[in-house]
Each structure stands twice: as C-alpha cells, then as structure tokens.
Ligand binder design. Structure first.
Ligand SMILES: Nc1ncnc2c1ncn2[C@@H]1O[C@H](COP(=O)(O)OP(=O)(O)OP(=O)(O)O)[C@@H](O)[C@H]1O
Ligand SMILES: [Mg+2]
Length: 382
C-alpha cells in the first residue's frame, strides 16, 4: 500500500526501476522500415549509459538506514543517515516537561524519551491508545522552552475540538481554520493542514519561532485526493523543526520515517504498538429487534450462534426489519413504534454503553435530531 503519492518511496528501494531510456526505432533486426526516419542508436550502449547514470544518481542520494532498538512493550526503530552513528537516547536529567495522572504505557515512554532528546517521532497505535499524550508532551516542551508549536488536524471539526481541549489545558492556545482565527499570536496554534500549507507558501513569519509541529491523524496522507496536502506541507517545512506524527496503525511507518530523515536531514523515530487498550467488540442490532447480539468478541472470535439469532430476529420482524428510512416513507398515522435508532440509543443508555456516536448519512436527519434533543434538554446545549 502506498503511503503518499504512487512511487513516493521508490527512492528508498534501491532499485533502478524499469527505466529503459529512449527506444530506438528498429524493426527488431536493426533494419529500418520504409516509412521511418533513419535513427542510428547503439541500443546496448544506450542501456549501459542509462544504467550508469541511474547508479550515479542513486549513489549521490543520501542513504538512510533504519535500526531496530531493543525495547520492551512496543517497537522502536530509528532512521538515520547511513553514514552516521545512531544517536543514543539519553535519559532525562531534569524534571519532566509534563506530568500525567496515569502511568505511561511503554510506547508513550519511548516517544516522550525521543522528544526529551529533541528528536522527531512517528507514533503509530490503535485508536484510543493514548497518542495525544505524546503531542501534549511536545506542547509542554515548546511552552517550557518559550518556543512555538503548531498542532495540525485533517479536518476543521477536529481542529475546533482540539483547540477546546488544549486551551483548557495550556491556555496559551490559538486556532486557525478557514472559518475562524482565535488568538493567532498564541504559543500553541491549532490549525488544519491546509492552513499550515498556505502559511508555508506565503512564507509566514510565524514559522521562524516554531520548534515543534504535530501532525495528528497523519494516516490521512494516504487519501488519494488530499494526501498531497500533507506531502507538500512536510516538504515545505524547515529542517530545524522537530515533528510529532500521530497515526493509526499503518503498514509503512518505516518508509515514512526514512522519508522524513531523508527530507529534513534529521533522525526520525517510529514507535509502534499493536496493543488495544479498548478492545473492539462487534454487535448487531437487528432492525425490529430489541437488543444487541455480540458477533465478534474482544478476542476476535466470531459467534455463529449469535449471528444466526440476529438473522432470525430480522426474519421475524416483518416491516420493522426494513429499517427507519423505509418506515419513514409510509403514510403518517400508522402503528409505528419508536424508530430503530431511538431504540438502539435507549438500549445503550440503559446498559451503560455511553458515550455513543451515531453516524447519519443524512444532513437533514442530523439537524432534526439535534433540534429535538436541544428542545428536550436545553441545559445540555448552552
Ligand atoms: N497510559 C494511560 N493510562 C490510562 N489512560 C490513558 C493513558 N494514555 C492515555 N489515556 C487516556 O486514554 C484516552 C484516549 O487517549 P487519546 O485520545 O490520546 O487516544 P488516541 O490514541 O489519540 O486515539 P485516536 O486514534 O482515536 O485519536 C484519553 O482519555 C487519555 O486520557
Ligand atoms: Mg488522537
């Protein structure tokens, strides 16, 4: 799977690829066809020249090596220029830039160690693993050292949310999205990646004081349309900046770290963990039924019997099995009970499964639902 644009990391593969140079127009036996211009090309020599040129080009590129470090509880690799020694990470001597209420997991410890050593790090871990801890540490370091830090997110809504969270925690925080600008002279600026890219294109003065840049949800870079925004932003950033990349688990963290090392001439660490603090469980809520059926448990075991039960409920549910959208189209005044989605939310509420996120593909439904909730619980929507 390609992390960025197609072939972005080919430079690291060490292969010269399928480049064959100019093709000579011959009929295969060195004789020209009647309607072709005369072209005298020594194909073998051309190929040798091409290969030699490619070899020289590859030799001229800095070589990157990735070394796996021996750590417990997570994986840690560091990518450095192959002509350099792997810099040994030094344990912190003074107080930590930030204290946490909980004991840090091994991957958080390792990542924080990289930051204390003023090195960039890519943190790749499952959702809710606690990647924000690492970003918060970088913010604390920047604030302690009177430098600026930029925190980028892929979407405006996430920037707004992060701004609220970080502002509560660090106070000296600003927000820049296409819609709003709040406190742009703050030490910690939250923005979308697009805004950072345009700041870099405009040669913004802000960049002079920036020591750390956090890219949250960097796996968005794999998006075929928007991925280029991350590529350009990262390429445009100066070499003296240190990076914190937070990502869902990705298959090519190593290649990404090598790319950063190559681009910005600095060691780049990749710390990964497969640990899931919140194990995934998959339930089915059959429309027309009244409860959840656990079909994949936290050990990833599929439960055939529960699946069959859920299907049987669906078969016996009559019209209710058609789902809310179908039922809505029926004339008013029917004998419908509460919608399936209401039943599901109520079920989750009664069984202590909150908080709950409900995705809807209909903007109208979301707005109607929000309006009715606000009417019912005005105190919750100040
Ligand atoms: N070591 C820890 N021990 C206990 N709780 C932790 C630890 N690290 C983080 N948390 C808590 O876990 C929750 C989820 O953390 P966080 O939001 O950082 O996850 P994330 O990895 O960024 O997930 P996502 O991929 O969804 O963005 C937070 O409430 C955080 O305070
Ligand atoms: Mg996160």
């Amino acid at each position: 799977m390609s992390f960025g644009g197609e072939g972005l990391f080919d430079v690291f593969s060490g292969e010269s690829g399928a480049h064959t140079g100019v093709e000579a127009k011959t009929n295969g036996e060195g004789k020209r066809k009647n309607d072709e211009p005369i072209t005298i090309i020594d194909e073998k020599r051309l190929k040798d020249d091409d290969e030699a040129e490619m070899r020289t080009l590859l030799d001229s590129l800095p070589k990157i090596k990735t070394v796996k470090l021996d750590v417990a509880g997570c994986s840690h690799e560091v990518s450095v220029n192959s002509s350099e020694e792997v810099p040994e990470l030094q344990a912190r001597t003074g107080p930590a830039a930030r204290e946490y209420k909980f004991t840090l997991d091994p991957f958080q410890e390792r990542s924080v160690l990289c930051l204390d050593n003023h090195q960039s790090v890519l943190v790749s871990a499952h959702t809710s693993a606690g990647k924000t801890v690492v970003a918060e540490y970088a913010i604390s370091l920047a604030l302690r050292d009177k430098q600026r830090v930029i925190y980028t997110t892929p979407i405006k809504a996430l920037s707004n949310q992060k701004y609220r969270d970080l502002q509560e925690e660090f106070v000296d925080v600003g927000l820049m999205t296409g819609d709003v600008t709040i406190n742009p002279s703050a030490s910690c600026l939250v923005m979308t990646t697009e805004i950072l890219r345009s700041m870099l294109y405009k040669g913004s003065e802000i960049m002079r004081e920036v020591q750390w840049v956090v890219f949250d949800e960097i796996h968005y870079m794999r998006d075929s349309e928007r991925g280029v925004v991350w590529e350009e932003t990262i390429i445009l950033l100066p070499d003296n900046v240190r990076y914190v990349f937070l990502s869902a688990t990705i298959p090519n963290a190593k290649e990404f770290a090598e790319w950063i090392c190559h681009l910005h001439k600095q060691p780049c660490n990749a710390v990964y963990t497969e640990y899931r603090p919140t194990p995934l469980q998959h339930y089915i809520f059959p429309c027309g039924g009244d409860g959840l059926h656990l079909v994949v448990n936290d050990k990833r075991e599929f439960n055939d019997a529960e699946f069959d039960n859920a299907m049987a409920v669906l078969r016996n549910a009559g019209d209710m099995a058609k789902g809310d959208a179908r039922n809505r189209r029926q004339p008013r005044g029917g004998t419908q009970g509460p919608s399936n989605i209401k039943k599901l939310v109520k079920y989750c509420h009664e069984n202590n499964f909150l908080p709950l996120i409900v995705f809807s593909f209909s903007k109208k439904d979301v707005e109607e639902s929000f309006a009715s909730r606000r009417q019912a619980f005005p105190d919750n929507y100040q």
